[in-house]
Every structure is written in structure tokens, then in C-alpha cells.
Design a protein around this ligand. Structure first.
Ligand code: HEM
Length: 123
């Protein structure tokens, strides 16, 4: 049962990754003209990643497994930065040029830590 809940939560977590990275790719053309904006999907995805990420951490423990604390500390710090940047510049008339590429880069950093360093440690 808990396995199924974890898998469904991972699906939602991955939808969050798609929302953030998809928003970045969609606006790569606009980056050249400096008109790239923080799309609503990007802000909502950062929320989704934060909530499902915390949920997953609890669920993984409830399933008798352990998490890699270094990976999670980094992911937690990075998603906090993503959320504050996205929240600060969403719905703004003018978005500084660094905002959208930074969101894309920070998302990539978290994907790399999740997949290369790993999140779940066998108990
Ligand atoms: C931009 C933010 C994030 C990205 C891009 C991201 C990406 C990913 C990816 C790609 C996976 C799948 C890796 C795998 O199963 O091998 C994953 C799993 C996981 N993430 Fe995140 N994540 C983010 C934020 C967070 C946060 C903030 C937390 C919690 C503090 C978190 C906790 C977890 C946990 C516990 C798993 C393991 C799920 C499992 O395999 O059972 N994530 N994340």
C-alpha cells in the first residue's frame, strides 16, 4: 500500500520537474530577446516539488528505508531558492534576464543530485 502511495507521489514529483524544465525550454527563444518570464506553471511546479518532496521524505521513512541527508539538504536549499526567485518575479512586468536561466540551471542541479547522488538509501 505505502509503495503505491510513494509511486503516485513520485509521479507528481516528476510532473513538477517537467513543469519547471518545460517552462524553461518553452522560453529559450525568448531568452535571446530578454523577454522570458516566470510562467504560472513554473511557480506552481516549484510548490508541487516542495510539497511532494517533503511528503516523499516522510513516506520513504514510513516504508522502512532511509534517505541520503546530504542530497536532501541540497535539494531543500535549491528548491527554496527556486521558489523564492519564482515567487518574486512571477506576474512582474519586467523580468531580469538572469531569472529564467537561473531557474532552469537550479532545476538541473536538483535532477543531477537526485539521480546521480541518489535519494533513497537501503536501510
Ligand atoms: C527542483 C527541485 C527538485 C527536483 C528537480 C527533484 C527531482 C527528483 C527526481 C528526478 C527524483 C527521482 C529520482 C529517483 O527516484 O531515482 C526525485 C526523487 C525524490 N525527491 Fe526530489 N526533486 C526536487 C525537490 C525535492 C525536495 C525539496 C525534496 C525534499 C526535501 C525531494 C525529495 C525527494 C525524495 C524523497 C525522492 C525519492 C523518491 C523515491 O525514489 O522513492 N525532492 N526528485
Amino acid at each position: 500500500m505505502i509503495e503505491t502511495i510513494i509511486r503516485i507521489t513520485v509521479v507528481l514529483h516528476l510532473i513538477g520537474v517537467v513543469g519547471l524544465l518545460g517552462g524553461f525550454f518553452y522560453q529559450m527563444g525568448a531568452l535571446k530577446t530578454g523577454t522570458a518570464k516566470v510562467l504560472p506553471a513554473m511557480l506552481h511546479s516549484s510548490w508541487l516539488l516542495l510539497i511532494t518532496g517533503f511528503g516523499l521524505t516522510g513516506l520513504v521513512y514510513a516504508n522502512g528505508e532511509k534517505v541520503n541527508n546530504i542530497t536532501l539538504s541540497i535539494k531543500g536549499a535549491v528548491i527554496t531558492a527556486i521558489f523564492f526567485i519564482a515567487y518574486s518575479y512571477a506576474k512582474k512586468e519586467k523580468t531580469p534576464k538572469w531569472v529564467v536561466p537561473t531557474l532552469g540551471l537550479l532545476t538541473l542541479v536538483n535532477v543531477c543530485f537526485a539521480v546521480i547522488a541518489g535519494v533513497v538509501v537501503e536501510a
